[in-house]
Design a protein around this ligand. Sequence first.
Ligand SMILES: [Zn+2]
Length: 142
Amino acid sequence: MSCYKCDAEVVNKTIDWVSYINGIKVVTPDIPVEECPNCGEITIDSKDSETICQNNKGFYDKEFSLDIHLKEIREKLGLTQEEVAKRMGWTKQRYNAVEKNKSVPSVLLALKLANALECDVNEIYKLKVVSKRHKKILLECQ
Ligand SMILES: [Zn+2]
């Protein structure tokens, strides 16, 4: 087979097809493709395209939400809310609001918070994939 764009000989191979949906990385493994080593053009079979679509479908109603581990990290260090607040130069109320997720800090403050707790920012804030529908139900219940 030759490339429909540049006429070079294509290479058959199998790849893990990666799609990004609302920021979520979705991998469909073992998709056979024809790749042109000259221009980089990749072609796939329509049935494999359908496989990717089917795999991706389940992710359109999902999005990221914040999973907060501030309390666990603080307690592991044996610190009170007052002590962390003092390290940050905050009032206890302000720290409490952040720990309870009533207030989400800026990226800069989150990085400072991680610094004050001697950990990495993504140990405090993790991404959690949630269903939009599920989130809506939760909001309706409040
Ligand atoms: Zn080509």
